[in-house]
Design a protein around this ligand. Structure first.
Ligand code: MIC
Ligand code: SF4
Length: 657
């Protein structure tokens, strides 16, 4: 039986387990990336592990999320990150140089290599044949120390692309179509492998728009084979020698298959406030638009901004609409500026932001109250833009620009008919990606050789071994698809506390219930109940660390998102699965008690845990966990366990076995 491309790369990197869907496998990691809002904890944990030096082929630290540095705490974080990169041997990308996924794609992403990143959109370079996976920060610290990364062997799904995109349809519409069909939980436990004749009609940046937003499906990763487009992209980035030809075997067997005929696609849009709330643009045409933003790691590249510039050449945006371009990288800004497009865009009424995540997580360009914002981003979770009850739509740069011209949502095909002289700008790469590299500091050019910590930078919290009794009040009952943005929001007022868990905990679940953190503190802990896909979205491990700090010992949910589930184990919180009947019956305020010696049962490999509710009725819950995950839980989290293993086995000890 032939192998899928995913299986081939995993097989090349396998250090433990078998490539059987659902089985836990350990893989060797070639490259890691981290960014400013998860990175401080990554390095504090690296420090807590007493490691001297990065062990992977490459590690890169980006400063991209909060580059406006509203508060000295942000700037202190960036200085700390530069010092950590210098001390331990990572590349450092300075604040303003661009979003980690864009800059990594430009400089380091390599076909056939594995990449682990402390950001959920790490799968972006799957568009050039890299197997890239997002994970919690502690998993990154351990991988940087040379430990394997453990993940459930995903099912590999064949997404067969046929035909070619018609005029005005784009790569964004391919992934929006995937979300329309499969929903935000349709990809949990899966890798989407794109194949078929339609692949060759898509350039690398178009492919990376698709792989980037595979994260919104809940997927472990997404990947394309490599071909002449990949070689050419790498050549234009000055890295042709890194090209490797990669494809699945002809007789590869997939767990599932679906077909998308690119020629059938039309401009699509995700309505507020979930990325899978997808409809044809025509269905919402006429909706008045206040703000348009082109940017983010999904559609913030040179190739995404150029179509907007071409559409706006010689025109002006509508008087009632604001349009902002936030380039994904400085490389993109620099090339656009040299080619004269920046001036064209400015003359059309567009404002430029520095190359940052910014508005994607409510840092700058917060929409006005009760207004409509069209963005080329990947997430539109309620409140993420910085204002509650926001109306954020997700679409392609072409649809966003058409709306800026008309002042309302319009299918660009209809706008072209109306205007008579508006042409589909198509998709074009620059002749060479010749931006300067001054903002990347290589390990041998490091500025610092010791850690610099400002007053807001705390220590990595180390958990306590699992206790025998777990009992407490249901402090919050939540619905399906609760995101880590709900658990720990990322807006500017909160983001500055990412390295100060005590302070950050005050904001825990504030987006669901503002009284939660205080109630949890008063109650001295308790449990959480949620519906399906609990913890989808961001990789931020703070969404486990903060509930733990408030005393949460267990989460009872119908199902968990992959990265958050791993983070719960990493910090020693018991993730128990409940059925829909139990979910319906259990209420906020109920008293819950796990009727067994939890520590013993976890270690003994028990899967069923009976919980007694209000001393009145009982329900069976399930702990699905590998032996390794059980050891982590029992030890009080992965940091404590890994430290113990290093102490027992010397500093070269593998992290997890
Ligand atoms: C996001 O898009 O939600 C973020 C902000 O990039 C997060 C990382 C973080 O919370 O720091 C992610 O996607 O993992
Ligand atoms: Fe940054 Fe937004 Fe991409 Fe997250 S999704 S990495 S916040 S641009």
């Amino acid at each position: 039986m032939g192998l899928t491309l995913t299986e081939k790369i995993l097989d090349d990197h396998l250090v433990e387990g078998e490539l059987e869907p659902g089985e836990e496998i350990g893989i060797e990691i070639d490259q890691v990336l981290t960014q400013d809002t998860t990175g401080t904890m990554v390095w504090l944990q690296f420090e807590a592990l007493d490691l001297d030096e990065v062990q992977t082929e490459l590690a890169a630290q980006y400063c991209d999320h909060q580059t406006y540095q509203f508060d000295f705490k942000n700037t202190d974080d960036h200085r700390f990150l530069r010092s950590a990169a210098g001390t331990y041997g990572a590349y450092f990308s300075r604040p303003g140089n661009g979003i980690c996924h864009n800059v990594h794609k430009e400089n380091f992403a390599a076909p056939g290599k594995t990449l682990l990143g402390s950001d959920s959109h790490t799968p972006t370079p799957g568009g050039l044949g890299q197997l890239a996976i997002g994970a919690g920060g502690l998993d990154i610290s351990v991988a940087m120390g040379g430990g394997a990364y453990y993940v459930e062997m995903p099912e590999v799904v064949n997404v067969r692309l046929e035909g070619e995109l018609p005029e005005w349809a784009t790569a964004k519409d391919v992934i929006l179509e995937m979300l329309r069909r499969l929903s935000v939980k349709g990809g949990v436990g899966k890798v989407f492998e794109y194949t078929g004749p339609g692949v060759e009609s898509l350039s690398v940046p178009e492919r990376t728009t698709i792989t980037n937003m595979g994260t919104e499906l809940g997927a472990t990763s997404s990947i394309f084979p490599t071909d002449e487009h990949t070689r050419e992209y790498l050549a234009r980035q000055g890295r042709e020698e890194e090209y490797v030809e990669l494809a699945p075997d002809e007789d590869a067997e997939y767990a599932d298959e679906l077909t998308i005929d690119l020629s059938d696609l039309e401009p699509l849009i995700a309505k507020p406030s979930m990325p899978d709330n997808v409809v044809p643009v025509r269905e919402v045409a006429g909706t008045s638009v206040d703000q348009v933003i082109i940017g983010s790691c999904t559609n913030g590249g040179y190739e995404d901004i150029l179509p907007a510039a071409k559409m706006l050449e010689g025109r002006q945006i509508n008087r009632k609409t604001e349009m902002i371009i936030a380039p994904g990288s400085k490389q993109a800004s620099e090339i656009l500026a040299r080619e004269g497009w920046t001036a064209e865009l400015m003359a059309a009424g567009v404002n430029f932001s520095e190359a940052t995540c910014g508005a994607c997580i409510g840092i700058g360009h917060v929409p006005a109250s009760e207004s409509v914002s069209l963005r080329t981003f990947n997430r539109n979770f309620e409140g993420r833009s910085g204002i509650e009850d926001d109306n954020v739509y997700l679409c392609s740069p072409e649809v966003a620009t058409a709306a800026a011209i008309k002042g309302e949502i319009v299918d660009p095909r209809d706008l072209a008919d109306e205007l008579g002289d508006l042409e589909d700008p198509g998709f074009e790469l620059p002749d060479a990606y010749d931006g300067s590299k001054t903002d990347i500091i290589a390990p041998d050019e490091a500025v610092d050789d010791s850690l610099i910590k400002g007053p807001n930078i705390g220590n990595a919290p180390i958990g306590e071994p699992l206790e025998a009794d777990i009992a407490g009040e249901v402090l919050l009952k939540m619905e399906d698809n609760i995101t880590t943005d709900h658990i720990i929001p990322a807006t500017s007022d909160i983001l500055m506390y990412r390295s100060n868990i005590e302070k950050l905990s005050e904001f825990t679940l504030s987006r669901v219930d503002e009284t939660f953190a205080q109630r949890a503190m008063d109650a001295d802990g308790g449990v959480l109940v949620a519906g399906e896909n609990y913890g989808q979205g961001s990789s931020r491990e703070h969404a486990a660390m903060c509930p733990l700090y408030l005393g949460i010992e267990a989460v009872l949910a119908e199902s968990f998102a992959r990265i958050h589930r791993a983070n719960l184990f990493n910090f020693g919180i018991l993730p128990l699965t409940i059925d829909s009947e139990t979910y319906a019956k259990i209420e906020q305020g109920d008293d819950v008690e796990v009727v067994t010696d939890v520590a013993e049962a976890v270690e003994a490999g028990e899967e069923e845990f009976t919980v007694r509710v209000n001393d009145d009725w009982e329900a069976t819950t399930t702990l699905k966990a590998s032996e390794r995950e059980r050891r982590i839980l029992a030890a009080g989290g992965k940091l404590r366990l890994t430290k113990q293993q290093y102490e027992d086995g010397g500093d070269a000890a593998p992290a997890d076995d």
